[in-house]
Design a protein around this ligand. Structure first.
Ligand code: 3HC
Length: 558
Protein backbone atom coordinates (compact mmCIF):
# COMPACT_ATOMS: atom_id res chain seq x y z
CA UNK A 1 0.00 0.00 0.00
CA UNK A 2 1.09 3.60 -0.57
CA UNK A 3 3.08 5.09 2.30
CA UNK A 4 2.15 8.63 3.19
CA UNK A 5 4.88 10.55 5.03
CA UNK A 6 4.59 14.10 3.71
CA UNK A 7 1.32 15.88 3.11
CA UNK A 8 0.44 19.18 1.57
CA UNK A 9 -2.50 21.39 2.50
CA UNK A 10 -3.59 24.15 0.12
CA UNK A 11 -5.59 26.99 1.60
CA UNK A 12 -4.94 27.93 5.23
CA UNK A 13 -8.26 29.34 6.39
CA UNK A 14 -9.91 27.93 9.51
CA UNK A 15 -10.34 24.47 8.01
CA UNK A 16 -7.00 24.33 6.17
CA UNK A 17 -5.02 25.48 9.21
CA UNK A 18 -6.90 22.98 11.37
CA UNK A 19 -6.08 20.19 8.92
CA UNK A 20 -2.39 21.18 8.99
CA UNK A 21 -2.49 20.89 12.79
CA UNK A 22 -4.16 17.48 12.65
CA UNK A 23 -1.50 16.06 10.31
CA UNK A 24 1.40 17.62 12.21
CA UNK A 25 0.06 16.30 15.51
CA UNK A 26 -0.16 12.90 13.83
CA UNK A 27 3.59 12.97 13.18
CA UNK A 28 3.55 13.82 9.46
CA UNK A 29 5.62 16.44 7.71
CA UNK A 30 3.23 19.11 6.41
CA UNK A 31 3.63 21.75 3.75
CA UNK A 32 0.92 24.41 3.96
CA UNK A 33 0.39 26.62 0.93
CA UNK A 34 -1.35 29.97 0.64
CA UNK A 35 -1.54 32.44 -2.22
CA UNK A 36 -0.06 35.49 -0.46
CA UNK A 37 2.37 36.03 2.39
CA UNK A 38 -0.37 37.76 4.37
CA UNK A 39 -2.67 34.72 4.13
CA UNK A 40 0.25 32.40 4.88
CA UNK A 41 0.99 34.44 8.04
CA UNK A 42 -2.67 34.28 9.04
CA UNK A 43 -2.62 30.50 8.60
CA UNK A 44 0.48 30.21 10.79
CA UNK A 45 -1.17 32.44 13.41
CA UNK A 46 -4.23 30.12 13.54
CA UNK A 47 -1.92 27.14 14.03
CA UNK A 48 0.07 28.96 16.70
CA UNK A 49 -3.07 30.08 18.58
CA UNK A 50 -4.61 26.60 18.54
CA UNK A 51 -1.48 24.89 19.84
CA UNK A 52 -0.94 27.74 22.39
CA UNK A 53 -4.41 27.01 23.74
CA UNK A 54 -3.55 23.31 24.08
CA UNK A 55 -0.38 24.25 26.01
CA UNK A 56 -2.33 26.62 28.26
CA UNK A 57 -4.81 23.85 29.02
CA UNK A 58 -1.98 21.47 29.85
CA UNK A 59 -2.84 19.13 26.96
CA UNK A 60 0.50 19.73 25.28
CA UNK A 61 3.90 20.75 26.68
CA UNK A 62 6.09 23.38 25.06
CA UNK A 63 8.50 20.79 23.64
CA UNK A 64 5.55 18.97 22.11
CA UNK A 65 4.30 22.20 20.59
CA UNK A 66 7.73 23.00 19.16
CA UNK A 67 7.90 19.52 17.66
CA UNK A 68 4.48 19.91 16.02
CA UNK A 69 5.27 23.36 14.64
CA UNK A 70 8.70 22.10 13.53
CA UNK A 71 7.02 19.59 11.21
CA UNK A 72 5.16 22.35 9.39
CA UNK A 73 6.48 24.44 6.52
CA UNK A 74 4.28 27.30 5.38
CA UNK A 75 4.90 28.67 1.93
CA UNK A 76 3.38 30.60 -0.96
CA UNK A 77 4.96 28.34 -3.62
CA UNK A 78 2.94 25.41 -4.97
CA UNK A 79 6.22 23.91 -6.21
CA UNK A 80 7.11 23.16 -2.57
CA UNK A 81 4.55 20.37 -2.73
CA UNK A 82 6.73 18.32 -5.08
CA UNK A 83 7.53 15.69 -2.41
CA UNK A 84 4.02 15.39 -1.02
CA UNK A 85 2.48 11.91 -0.99
CA UNK A 86 -0.96 13.42 -0.39
CA UNK A 87 -2.27 16.93 -0.96
CA UNK A 88 -5.54 18.13 0.57
CA UNK A 89 -7.05 21.25 -0.91
CA UNK A 90 -9.15 23.51 1.31
CA UNK A 91 -9.52 26.49 -1.04
CA UNK A 92 -12.82 28.37 -1.55
CA UNK A 93 -15.72 26.34 -2.90
CA UNK A 94 -15.41 27.37 -6.57
CA UNK A 95 -15.18 24.51 -9.04
CA UNK A 96 -12.94 26.40 -11.49
CA UNK A 97 -10.55 27.27 -8.72
CA UNK A 98 -10.34 23.64 -7.58
CA UNK A 99 -9.73 22.57 -11.20
CA UNK A 100 -6.94 25.12 -11.49
CA UNK A 101 -5.34 23.94 -8.24
CA UNK A 102 -5.54 20.26 -9.18
CA UNK A 103 -4.36 21.06 -12.71
CA UNK A 104 -1.24 22.71 -11.27
CA UNK A 105 -0.72 19.79 -8.90
CA UNK A 106 -0.77 17.35 -11.80
CA UNK A 107 2.46 19.03 -12.98
CA UNK A 108 4.07 19.24 -9.54
CA UNK A 109 3.48 16.09 -7.49
CA UNK A 110 4.65 12.57 -8.31
CA UNK A 111 2.40 10.19 -10.24
CA UNK A 112 1.61 8.22 -7.11
CA UNK A 113 0.55 11.16 -5.00
CA UNK A 114 -3.05 11.26 -3.82
CA UNK A 115 -5.12 14.40 -4.45
CA UNK A 116 -7.84 15.05 -1.90
CA UNK A 117 -10.45 17.72 -1.54
CA UNK A 118 -11.96 18.95 1.71
CA UNK A 119 -14.96 20.30 -0.18
CA UNK A 120 -18.23 20.20 1.68
CA UNK A 121 -20.46 21.13 -1.21
CA UNK A 122 -18.92 20.32 -4.56
CA UNK A 123 -19.02 16.92 -6.16
CA UNK A 124 -15.73 15.03 -5.93
CA UNK A 125 -16.54 13.49 -9.29
CA UNK A 126 -16.71 16.89 -10.96
CA UNK A 127 -13.50 18.01 -9.24
CA UNK A 128 -11.78 14.79 -10.37
CA UNK A 129 -13.09 15.22 -13.92
CA UNK A 130 -10.91 18.33 -14.26
CA UNK A 131 -7.69 16.45 -13.50
CA UNK A 132 -5.42 14.28 -15.60
CA UNK A 133 -5.61 11.28 -13.22
CA UNK A 134 -9.10 11.06 -11.71
CA UNK A 135 -8.29 7.66 -10.20
CA UNK A 136 -6.12 9.32 -7.55
CA UNK A 137 -8.72 11.86 -6.47
CA UNK A 138 -10.79 11.41 -3.29
CA UNK A 139 -12.71 13.57 -0.88
CA UNK A 140 -11.25 13.97 2.59
CA UNK A 141 -13.86 15.94 4.49
CA UNK A 142 -12.93 17.26 7.93
CA UNK A 143 -15.25 18.90 10.47
CA UNK A 144 -14.91 22.22 12.22
CA UNK A 145 -13.00 22.44 14.57
CA UNK A 146 -10.78 19.95 12.74
CA UNK A 147 -8.39 19.39 15.67
CA UNK A 148 -11.32 18.38 17.90
CA UNK A 149 -13.83 16.47 15.77
CA UNK A 150 -12.64 13.03 14.76
CA UNK A 151 -14.72 12.31 11.69
CA UNK A 152 -13.17 12.26 8.26
CA UNK A 153 -15.56 11.41 5.44
CA UNK A 154 -13.57 9.71 2.70
CA UNK A 155 -15.52 10.22 -0.50
CA UNK A 156 -14.84 8.00 -3.45
CA UNK A 157 -15.95 8.45 -7.05
CA UNK A 158 -16.68 5.70 -9.56
CA UNK A 159 -13.07 6.15 -10.75
CA UNK A 160 -11.18 6.31 -7.45
CA UNK A 161 -8.53 3.57 -7.10
CA UNK A 162 -9.19 1.18 -4.23
CA UNK A 163 -5.55 1.54 -3.31
CA UNK A 164 -5.99 5.30 -2.95
CA UNK A 165 -9.03 4.91 -0.71
CA UNK A 166 -7.24 2.34 1.44
CA UNK A 167 -4.22 4.63 1.86
CA UNK A 168 -6.37 7.60 2.91
CA UNK A 169 -8.40 5.47 5.33
CA UNK A 170 -5.21 4.06 6.87
CA UNK A 171 -3.74 7.54 7.19
CA UNK A 172 -6.88 8.92 8.85
CA UNK A 173 -6.74 6.08 11.38
CA UNK A 174 -3.03 6.72 12.00
CA UNK A 175 -3.66 10.35 12.92
CA UNK A 176 -6.45 9.44 15.35
CA UNK A 177 -9.41 10.20 13.13
CA UNK A 178 -12.49 8.09 12.45
CA UNK A 179 -12.79 7.56 8.69
CA UNK A 180 -16.10 6.71 7.06
CA UNK A 181 -16.02 5.78 3.36
CA UNK A 182 -19.01 6.88 1.30
CA UNK A 183 -19.92 7.51 -2.32
CA UNK A 184 -20.13 10.96 -3.88
CA UNK A 185 -23.51 12.47 -3.01
CA UNK A 186 -24.49 16.02 -2.06
CA UNK A 187 -23.82 16.70 1.61
CA UNK A 188 -22.24 13.25 2.11
CA UNK A 189 -23.49 11.80 5.41
CA UNK A 190 -23.15 14.40 8.15
CA UNK A 191 -24.01 17.60 6.26
CA UNK A 192 -26.92 15.95 4.47
CA UNK A 193 -28.54 15.03 7.78
CA UNK A 194 -27.50 18.26 9.48
CA UNK A 195 -29.02 20.47 6.80
CA UNK A 196 -32.47 18.86 6.90
CA UNK A 197 -32.48 19.72 10.58
CA UNK A 198 -31.15 23.26 9.93
CA UNK A 199 -33.95 23.97 7.44
CA UNK A 200 -36.61 23.02 10.00
CA UNK A 201 -34.88 25.07 12.70
CA UNK A 202 -34.77 28.08 10.36
CA UNK A 203 -38.48 27.64 9.63
CA UNK A 204 -39.22 27.73 13.33
CA UNK A 205 -37.30 30.99 13.67
CA UNK A 206 -38.95 32.50 10.63
CA UNK A 207 -42.41 31.59 11.91
CA UNK A 208 -41.66 33.15 15.30
CA UNK A 209 -42.24 29.73 16.86
CA UNK A 210 -39.30 30.16 19.23
CA UNK A 211 -36.48 32.65 19.90
CA UNK A 212 -32.87 31.97 18.86
CA UNK A 213 -31.83 31.53 22.51
CA UNK A 214 -34.64 29.11 23.31
CA UNK A 215 -34.09 27.20 20.09
CA UNK A 216 -30.45 26.69 21.01
CA UNK A 217 -31.31 25.73 24.59
CA UNK A 218 -33.89 23.24 23.33
CA UNK A 219 -31.36 21.36 21.23
CA UNK A 220 -28.30 21.73 23.46
CA UNK A 221 -29.97 20.99 26.77
CA UNK A 222 -33.19 19.25 25.73
CA UNK A 223 -31.71 17.03 23.03
CA UNK A 224 -28.18 16.87 24.50
CA UNK A 225 -26.41 18.11 21.33
CA UNK A 226 -23.16 20.05 21.79
CA UNK A 227 -24.57 23.27 20.31
CA UNK A 228 -27.92 24.63 19.25
CA UNK A 229 -28.51 25.24 15.52
CA UNK A 230 -28.09 29.05 15.63
CA UNK A 231 -24.74 28.81 17.44
CA UNK A 232 -23.62 26.07 15.08
CA UNK A 233 -24.65 27.91 11.90
CA UNK A 234 -22.82 30.98 13.19
CA UNK A 235 -19.72 28.80 13.74
CA UNK A 236 -19.87 27.20 10.29
CA UNK A 237 -20.64 30.52 8.55
CA UNK A 238 -24.04 31.45 7.18
CA UNK A 239 -22.72 31.86 3.64
CA UNK A 240 -21.24 28.37 3.80
CA UNK A 241 -24.53 27.02 5.20
CA UNK A 242 -26.51 28.74 2.48
CA UNK A 243 -24.26 27.32 -0.22
CA UNK A 244 -24.28 23.76 1.14
CA UNK A 245 -28.05 23.99 1.60
CA UNK A 246 -28.53 24.90 -2.06
CA UNK A 247 -26.35 22.04 -3.24
CA UNK A 248 -28.26 19.53 -1.11
CA UNK A 249 -31.59 20.90 -2.34
CA UNK A 250 -30.44 20.64 -5.95
CA UNK A 251 -29.78 16.95 -5.29
CA UNK A 252 -32.81 16.03 -3.21
CA UNK A 253 -35.43 18.46 -4.54
CA UNK A 254 -37.22 17.79 -1.28
CA UNK A 255 -39.09 20.64 0.44
CA UNK A 256 -37.31 19.59 3.61
CA UNK A 257 -34.13 21.02 2.08
CA UNK A 258 -35.71 24.04 0.37
CA UNK A 259 -33.36 27.02 0.84
CA UNK A 260 -34.37 29.25 3.70
CA UNK A 261 -35.26 32.81 2.76
CA UNK A 262 -34.20 33.93 6.23
CA UNK A 263 -30.71 32.54 5.68
CA UNK A 264 -30.53 34.06 2.22
CA UNK A 265 -31.51 37.49 3.55
CA UNK A 266 -28.96 37.28 6.34
CA UNK A 267 -26.17 36.36 3.94
CA UNK A 268 -27.13 39.16 1.54
CA UNK A 269 -27.11 41.58 4.47
CA UNK A 270 -23.56 40.52 5.35
CA UNK A 271 -24.52 38.67 8.53
CA UNK A 272 -22.22 35.68 8.09
CA UNK A 273 -21.87 34.43 11.66
CA UNK A 274 -18.84 34.59 13.93
CA UNK A 275 -16.47 35.46 11.12
CA UNK A 276 -18.24 38.76 10.35
CA UNK A 277 -19.02 39.48 14.02
CA UNK A 278 -22.75 39.02 13.50
CA UNK A 279 -25.05 36.23 12.47
CA UNK A 280 -27.91 34.91 14.55
CA UNK A 281 -26.01 36.38 17.49
CA UNK A 282 -23.72 39.38 17.80
CA UNK A 283 -20.08 38.72 18.73
CA UNK A 284 -17.47 40.83 20.51
CA UNK A 285 -15.47 41.12 17.25
CA UNK A 286 -15.25 39.44 13.85
CA UNK A 287 -13.81 35.97 14.42
CA UNK A 288 -14.66 35.95 18.11
CA UNK A 289 -16.91 33.31 19.66
CA UNK A 290 -17.93 35.60 22.51
CA UNK A 291 -21.61 36.52 22.30
CA UNK A 292 -22.51 40.08 23.31
CA UNK A 293 -25.91 41.64 23.93
CA UNK A 294 -27.92 43.05 21.05
CA UNK A 295 -31.49 44.21 20.46
CA UNK A 296 -32.78 40.64 20.44
CA UNK A 297 -31.21 39.70 23.77
CA UNK A 298 -34.08 38.93 26.13
CA UNK A 299 -34.32 41.23 29.12
CA UNK A 300 -34.15 39.55 32.48
CA UNK A 301 -37.70 39.56 33.75
CA UNK A 302 -38.41 40.98 37.20
CA UNK A 303 -39.05 38.32 39.84
CA UNK A 304 -42.70 37.49 40.43
CA UNK A 305 -44.27 37.12 43.88
CA UNK A 306 -45.52 33.58 43.27
CA UNK A 307 -45.26 31.52 46.43
CA UNK A 308 -48.06 28.93 46.35
CA UNK A 309 -48.47 26.29 43.67
CA UNK A 310 -51.08 23.57 43.25
CA UNK A 311 -50.28 20.23 41.66
CA UNK A 312 -53.18 18.12 40.43
CA UNK A 313 -52.71 14.41 39.91
CA UNK A 314 -51.00 11.26 41.02
CA UNK A 315 -48.18 9.37 39.40
CA UNK A 316 -44.41 9.73 39.03
CA UNK A 317 -44.37 13.07 37.27
CA UNK A 318 -46.76 14.65 39.76
CA UNK A 319 -44.64 13.29 42.66
CA UNK A 320 -41.48 14.65 41.10
CA UNK A 321 -42.98 18.07 40.43
CA UNK A 322 -44.25 18.34 43.99
CA UNK A 323 -40.84 17.66 45.47
CA UNK A 324 -38.98 19.88 43.01
CA UNK A 325 -41.41 22.75 43.53
CA UNK A 326 -40.96 22.37 47.28
CA UNK A 327 -37.17 22.34 46.86
CA UNK A 328 -37.57 25.49 44.77
CA UNK A 329 -39.14 27.20 47.79
CA UNK A 330 -42.82 27.05 46.83
CA UNK A 331 -45.64 26.03 49.15
CA UNK A 332 -47.31 23.16 47.30
CA UNK A 333 -50.91 22.01 47.63
CA UNK A 334 -51.45 18.59 46.11
CA UNK A 335 -54.86 17.49 44.83
CA UNK A 336 -54.82 13.81 44.01
CA UNK A 337 -58.42 13.36 42.99
CA UNK A 338 -59.62 16.29 40.92
CA UNK A 339 -63.09 14.77 40.67
CA UNK A 340 -63.50 15.56 44.38
CA UNK A 341 -64.56 19.19 44.18
CA UNK A 342 -63.99 19.78 47.89
CA UNK A 343 -60.35 18.79 47.33
CA UNK A 344 -60.13 21.08 44.34
CA UNK A 345 -61.34 24.00 46.42
CA UNK A 346 -58.04 23.81 48.37
CA UNK A 347 -56.44 25.47 45.34
CA UNK A 348 -58.33 28.74 45.89
CA UNK A 349 -55.22 30.66 46.98
CA UNK A 350 -52.52 29.29 44.71
CA UNK A 351 -50.96 31.45 42.00
CA UNK A 352 -50.23 28.55 39.67
CA UNK A 353 -51.85 25.19 39.03
CA UNK A 354 -49.95 22.39 37.30
CA UNK A 355 -52.21 19.60 36.11
CA UNK A 356 -49.86 16.62 36.00
CA UNK A 357 -51.98 13.55 35.73
CA UNK A 358 -50.41 10.72 33.81
CA UNK A 359 -50.88 11.43 30.10
CA UNK A 360 -53.36 9.25 28.28
CA UNK A 361 -51.77 5.81 27.90
CA UNK A 362 -51.63 4.15 24.50
CA UNK A 363 -55.07 2.70 23.81
CA UNK A 364 -54.27 -0.95 24.46
CA UNK A 365 -57.24 -2.93 25.67
CA UNK A 366 -56.06 -3.07 29.25
CA UNK A 367 -55.39 0.63 29.46
CA UNK A 368 -58.61 1.64 27.81
CA UNK A 369 -60.36 2.02 31.14
CA UNK A 370 -57.55 4.26 32.47
CA UNK A 371 -57.54 6.33 29.31
CA UNK A 372 -61.24 6.87 29.66
CA UNK A 373 -60.77 7.88 33.27
CA UNK A 374 -58.10 10.37 32.27
CA UNK A 375 -60.29 11.92 29.62
CA UNK A 376 -63.11 12.25 32.09
CA UNK A 377 -60.94 13.58 34.87
CA UNK A 378 -59.18 16.16 32.75
CA UNK A 379 -62.18 16.96 30.62
CA UNK A 380 -64.34 20.02 30.57
CA UNK A 381 -65.42 19.68 34.17
CA UNK A 382 -61.96 19.99 35.64
CA UNK A 383 -60.93 23.05 33.69
CA UNK A 384 -64.25 24.80 34.14
CA UNK A 385 -64.11 24.03 37.85
CA UNK A 386 -60.50 25.21 38.13
CA UNK A 387 -61.38 28.39 36.28
CA UNK A 388 -64.00 29.04 38.93
CA UNK A 389 -62.05 27.86 42.00
CA UNK A 390 -58.68 29.57 41.65
CA UNK A 391 -58.16 33.32 42.00
CA UNK A 392 -58.44 35.54 38.91
CA UNK A 393 -54.67 36.09 38.62
CA UNK A 394 -53.71 32.43 38.87
CA UNK A 395 -52.04 30.65 35.97
CA UNK A 396 -53.26 27.24 34.79
CA UNK A 397 -50.98 24.71 33.15
CA UNK A 398 -51.10 21.11 32.04
CA UNK A 399 -48.34 18.64 31.23
CA UNK A 400 -50.57 17.01 28.68
CA UNK A 401 -49.41 18.28 25.31
CA UNK A 402 -51.22 20.48 22.85
CA UNK A 403 -53.90 21.51 25.28
CA UNK A 404 -53.22 25.22 25.78
CA UNK A 405 -55.99 26.34 23.48
CA UNK A 406 -58.57 23.87 24.82
CA UNK A 407 -57.68 24.56 28.44
CA UNK A 408 -57.68 28.29 27.76
CA UNK A 409 -61.16 28.12 26.27
CA UNK A 410 -62.59 25.84 28.97
CA UNK A 411 -61.15 27.72 31.91
CA UNK A 412 -62.28 31.10 30.62
CA UNK A 413 -58.80 32.61 31.12
CA UNK A 414 -56.83 31.86 27.96
CA UNK A 415 -54.30 34.62 28.73
CA UNK A 416 -53.15 32.69 31.79
CA UNK A 417 -52.85 29.21 30.32
CA UNK A 418 -49.87 27.29 28.95
CA UNK A 419 -48.67 23.74 28.45
CA UNK A 420 -45.55 22.38 30.17
CA UNK A 421 -43.55 19.59 28.58
CA UNK A 422 -41.01 18.12 30.97
CA UNK A 423 -38.15 16.40 29.17
CA UNK A 424 -35.85 13.74 30.52
CA UNK A 425 -32.47 15.17 31.55
CA UNK A 426 -29.57 14.88 29.11
CA UNK A 427 -25.84 15.22 29.74
CA UNK A 428 -26.33 18.99 29.37
CA UNK A 429 -29.20 19.44 31.84
CA UNK A 430 -32.97 19.36 31.57
CA UNK A 431 -35.49 21.35 29.58
CA UNK A 432 -39.10 22.14 30.34
CA UNK A 433 -40.90 23.49 27.29
CA UNK A 434 -43.58 26.11 27.87
CA UNK A 435 -46.13 26.03 25.06
CA UNK A 436 -48.19 29.17 24.71
CA UNK A 437 -51.30 29.78 22.64
CA UNK A 438 -51.83 33.01 20.72
CA UNK A 439 -53.75 34.28 23.78
CA UNK A 440 -51.17 33.49 26.47
CA UNK A 441 -49.81 36.75 27.89
CA UNK A 442 -46.17 37.66 28.58
CA UNK A 443 -46.65 37.84 32.35
CA UNK A 444 -47.77 34.18 32.34
CA UNK A 445 -44.73 33.20 30.31
CA UNK A 446 -42.40 35.17 32.61
CA UNK A 447 -43.90 33.49 35.67
CA UNK A 448 -43.47 30.03 34.15
CA UNK A 449 -39.89 30.75 33.11
CA UNK A 450 -39.15 31.66 36.70
CA UNK A 451 -40.80 28.50 38.06
CA UNK A 452 -38.96 26.24 35.62
CA UNK A 453 -35.64 27.85 36.52
CA UNK A 454 -36.35 27.49 40.24
CA UNK A 455 -36.99 23.77 39.91
CA UNK A 456 -33.54 23.39 38.33
CA UNK A 457 -34.48 23.06 34.66
CA UNK A 458 -34.05 25.38 31.67
CA UNK A 459 -37.18 26.91 30.15
CA UNK A 460 -37.87 26.93 26.41
CA UNK A 461 -40.86 29.00 25.33
CA UNK A 462 -42.58 28.26 22.05
CA UNK A 463 -46.00 28.06 20.47
CA UNK A 464 -48.12 25.13 21.60
CA UNK A 465 -47.62 22.94 18.56
CA UNK A 466 -47.08 19.25 18.06
CA UNK A 467 -43.61 18.30 19.28
CA UNK A 468 -42.92 21.86 20.54
CA UNK A 469 -39.22 22.34 19.64
CA UNK A 470 -37.18 19.41 20.94
CA UNK A 471 -39.29 16.58 19.54
CA UNK A 472 -40.24 18.47 16.39
CA UNK A 473 -36.57 18.88 15.47
CA UNK A 474 -34.89 15.83 16.95
CA UNK A 475 -37.33 13.11 15.89
CA UNK A 476 -37.47 14.04 12.15
CA UNK A 477 -33.65 14.29 12.25
CA UNK A 478 -33.48 10.70 13.55
CA UNK A 479 -36.09 9.60 11.02
CA UNK A 480 -33.98 11.18 8.27
CA UNK A 481 -31.03 9.02 9.34
CA UNK A 482 -33.27 5.95 8.95
CA UNK A 483 -34.26 7.21 5.52
CA UNK A 484 -30.59 7.51 4.54
CA UNK A 485 -30.03 3.93 5.69
CA UNK A 486 -33.06 2.80 3.71
CA UNK A 487 -31.68 4.53 0.61
CA UNK A 488 -28.55 2.40 0.94
CA UNK A 489 -26.20 5.38 1.01
CA UNK A 490 -24.52 4.49 4.31
CA UNK A 491 -24.82 1.84 7.03
CA UNK A 492 -25.87 2.14 10.68
CA UNK A 493 -22.32 2.20 12.07
CA UNK A 494 -21.10 4.79 9.54
CA UNK A 495 -24.05 7.12 10.08
CA UNK A 496 -23.67 6.83 13.85
CA UNK A 497 -19.93 7.50 13.60
CA UNK A 498 -20.53 10.47 11.31
CA UNK A 499 -22.89 12.28 13.66
CA UNK A 500 -21.14 11.33 16.85
CA UNK A 501 -17.66 12.25 15.67
CA UNK A 502 -18.43 14.86 13.00
CA UNK A 503 -21.07 16.85 14.85
CA UNK A 504 -20.12 15.94 18.42
CA UNK A 505 -23.43 14.23 19.26
CA UNK A 506 -23.40 12.22 22.49
CA UNK A 507 -24.27 9.11 20.45
CA UNK A 508 -25.18 8.50 16.83
CA UNK A 509 -28.82 8.69 15.68
CA UNK A 510 -29.38 4.91 15.63
CA UNK A 511 -28.03 4.54 19.14
CA UNK A 512 -30.39 7.38 20.11
CA UNK A 513 -33.37 5.68 18.45
CA UNK A 514 -32.62 2.42 20.27
CA UNK A 515 -32.28 4.32 23.51
CA UNK A 516 -35.55 6.23 23.09
CA UNK A 517 -37.33 3.22 21.56
CA UNK A 518 -38.11 2.99 17.85
CA UNK A 519 -41.81 2.72 18.71
CA UNK A 520 -41.66 6.01 20.58
CA UNK A 521 -39.82 7.69 17.70
CA UNK A 522 -42.41 6.34 15.28
CA UNK A 523 -45.27 7.52 17.49
CA UNK A 524 -43.86 11.05 17.64
CA UNK A 525 -43.27 11.05 13.87
CA UNK A 526 -46.87 10.05 13.29
CA UNK A 527 -48.13 12.65 15.73
CA UNK A 528 -45.99 15.33 14.06
CA UNK A 529 -47.19 14.22 10.65
CA UNK A 530 -50.81 14.48 11.73
CA UNK A 531 -50.45 17.68 13.76
CA UNK A 532 -49.90 21.20 12.52
CA UNK A 533 -46.20 21.90 13.03
CA UNK A 534 -45.61 24.25 10.09
CA UNK A 535 -42.60 22.07 9.15
CA UNK A 536 -42.23 20.38 5.74
CA UNK A 537 -44.52 17.34 5.64
CA UNK A 538 -41.91 15.11 4.01
CA UNK A 539 -39.52 15.74 6.90
CA UNK A 540 -42.11 14.33 9.28
CA UNK A 541 -43.35 11.30 7.37
CA UNK A 542 -42.03 8.16 9.10
CA UNK A 543 -39.55 6.08 7.12
CA UNK A 544 -40.98 2.66 6.18
CA UNK A 545 -37.79 1.14 7.56
CA UNK A 546 -38.53 2.69 10.96
CA UNK A 547 -41.96 1.08 10.86
CA UNK A 548 -40.35 -2.26 9.94
CA UNK A 549 -38.03 -2.12 12.92
CA UNK A 550 -40.94 -1.34 15.21
CA UNK A 551 -43.12 -4.13 13.85
CA UNK A 552 -40.30 -6.66 13.95
CA UNK A 553 -39.10 -5.34 17.31
CA UNK A 554 -35.54 -5.14 15.97
CA UNK A 555 -33.04 -2.64 17.34
CA UNK A 556 -30.87 -0.80 14.82
CA UNK A 557 -27.66 -1.29 16.78
CA UNK A 558 -26.74 -4.53 18.45
N1 3HC B 1 -9.56 24.59 17.65
C1 3HC B 1 -8.92 23.72 18.45
N2 3HC B 1 -9.43 23.22 19.60
C2 3HC B 1 -10.65 23.68 19.96
C3 3HC B 1 -11.38 24.60 19.19
C4 3HC B 1 -10.78 25.05 17.98
N3 3HC B 1 -11.40 25.91 17.19
N4 3HC B 1 -12.56 24.83 19.80
C5 3HC B 1 -12.58 24.09 20.92
N5 3HC B 1 -11.44 23.39 21.00
C6 3HC B 1 -11.07 22.42 22.02
C7 3HC B 1 -10.89 23.10 23.34
O1 3HC B 1 -9.56 23.58 23.49
C8 3HC B 1 -11.21 21.97 24.30
O2 3HC B 1 -10.08 21.13 24.40
P1 3HC B 1 -9.71 20.34 25.75
O3 3HC B 1 -10.82 19.34 25.95
O4 3HC B 1 -8.41 19.72 25.42
O5 3HC B 1 -9.66 21.34 26.84
C9 3HC B 1 -12.30 21.19 23.58
O6 3HC B 1 -12.16 21.52 22.21
C10 3HC B 1 -13.68 21.53 24.07
O7 3HC B 1 -13.85 22.94 23.90
P2 3HC B 1 -14.60 23.91 24.90
O8 3HC B 1 -14.57 23.32 26.28
O9 3HC B 1 -14.09 25.28 24.71
O10 3HC B 1 -16.04 23.98 24.35
P3 3HC B 1 -17.09 22.86 24.12
O11 3HC B 1 -16.97 21.73 25.08
O12 3HC B 1 -18.35 23.59 24.02
O13 3HC B 1 -16.71 22.28 22.69
C11 3HC B 1 -16.94 22.25 20.36
C12 3HC B 1 -16.65 23.08 21.60
C13 3HC B 1 -15.86 21.19 20.21
C14 3HC B 1 -16.92 23.18 19.18
C15 3HC B 1 -18.33 21.54 20.57
O14 3HC B 1 -19.27 22.48 20.96
C16 3HC B 1 -18.82 20.83 19.33
O15 3HC B 1 -18.41 19.74 19.03
N6 3HC B 1 -19.76 21.47 18.60
C17 3HC B 1 -20.33 20.93 17.38
C18 3HC B 1 -19.52 21.45 16.24
C19 3HC B 1 -19.95 20.86 14.92
O16 3HC B 1 -21.03 20.32 14.75
N7 3HC B 1 -19.07 20.97 13.92
C20 3HC B 1 -19.35 20.48 12.61
C21 3HC B 1 -19.95 21.55 11.78
S1 3HC B 1 -20.28 21.02 10.14
C22 3HC B 1 -18.78 21.04 9.39
O17 3HC B 1 -17.78 21.43 9.91
C23 3HC B 1 -18.76 20.53 8.00
C24 3HC B 1 -18.48 21.61 7.03
O18 3HC B 1 -18.53 21.02 5.77
C25 3HC B 1 -19.45 22.74 7.09
Amino acid sequence: MREIGTVGVIGLGTMGAGIVEVFARGGLRVVGVETTQELADRGRAILQASTDRAVKKGRLDEDGQAEILGRVTITTRMADLADADLVVEAVPEILDLKHRVFGQLDDIVGEDAVLASNTSSLSITSIAAGTRHPARVVGMHFFNPAPVLKLVEVITTLRTDEDVTAAVVALAGRIGKKPVVVGDRAGFVANYLLFGYFVSALKMLEQGHVSREDLDTAMRVGAGLPMGPCTLMDLVGLDVCHHIGEVIYAHSRSPMHAPSTLLERMVTAGLLGRKSGRGFYTYAAPGSGQVVEDEQTPSTAAATDLSAVGVVGTGELADELVSRLQDGGYAVTRVEDPADRAELARLADVGLVVEAQAPAPPPGEEELADAQAWVEATGEDLWEALGEVVGPGAVLTTVNPEAAVAVGALSGRPEQVAVLQVHAPTGNGQVVEIGRSSATDDATVALLREVVTRIGAEPVVCRDRSGMVVDALLVPHLNDAVRMLDEGYAGVADIDTALQHGLGYPTGPFAMIDQIGADEVLAVCEELSAGGTGLPADALRPSPLLLEHVLLDRPFTS
